[in-house]
Design a protein around this ligand. Sequence first.
Ligand code: PLP
Length: 386
Amino acid sequence: MEKPKRDIQTRTIHGGDVERYGDAVILPIFQSSTYLYQGQTEYEALRYIRLNNTPNHRVLHSRLADLESGEAGLVTASGMAAISAALLAVVANGDHMIAQGTLYGGTYDLLVRDFPDWGISCDFANPQDPESWESLLRPTTKLFYVETVSNPLMQIPDLGAVTQFCREHGLLAVTDNTFATPVNFRPLEHGFDVVIHSCTKYLNGHTDIVGGAVIGKAEFIARANRRLLHLGGCLDPHACFLLERGLKTLVLRVHHQNRSALEISRFLSKHPQVERVNYPGLEGCGDERSKSLFEGFGGMLSFELRGGNESVHRFFSTLTIPLVAPSLGGVETLITQPAVTSHSALSTEERESLGIRDSLVRLSVGIEATADLIADLGHALDASAG
Ligand code: PLP
């Protein structure tokens, strides 16, 4: 009998195939690099941590697939390991891909600095302008890559146009859903073929591991897994355990962060020291049709501060709750200047052309009381004016 589809809040705790060991309610950490040989005849069937198939991996594979409405899932050693394994399962020497211009800096850097060395080329598209995409197509184009909410400008591309374009031209539609999380948007339910996460962020939620995930059709995940096994990007079982634990509170955290970030965005957009706020929950930020598919807009926002670098330094040094650090998606509020952290690998010209100025500040809203965060931000904004 087919299991009834339960709410995502229940599925973060009970979803997927849970194996029980020794009557333990919680899956223990299987800290064994290898397992007894059971007559397997295929390499990938051997039980070994690098082959990503210990009980700690298997529970995550099925739970993540369940949360993103996919056939199969794969956990990886980092978000970048997920991105490289997924992309290299599709593109090879001589192939071409299209990607959205404003991406996480590491992904952008992989596409412009590493892929050309391996004979893979990439053209960048304006995600809000579908008319311009056809001119980028080549006979060797294999996929279109976007972020459902882009880092750090929080743009939501025209997601329906991306999947339709991919169907019309036989491309794989791949998206990084790290910022949205499956709580707010599940891309596979809306025509995407492959979903990627940096689990370092919201899925784990506690800023204590680095991990990644790829979710999609079983046949695709098998291909990505083969790439991963030889690139060596497996997640260790202790990190798997922490990720499984973190996932259980994903919905509670994200619902709070959705509400808090919206309230903070509204506050910031009225403050005289703030020139512009980027948050998809505000009117005029991102594609309206795509936004109607979202159940919330997440805990990430960015804003331009008046007064340039000096003002940013005064602002950061006055804050008492947000910690000045890169990364995002944890229970504590983090604040950063993308030009010197997540996007520092880009040249000043590249950053300017993408709209990432030095005065841009990115806030990852944690689960502290919203009123305390607003009071602290307000005080530091007043001080930033000098
Ligand atoms: N994707 C997005 C949207 C990110 O923000 C990041 C990191 O900040 C990554 C991927 C890379 O993830 P990781 O640091 O886990 O490799």
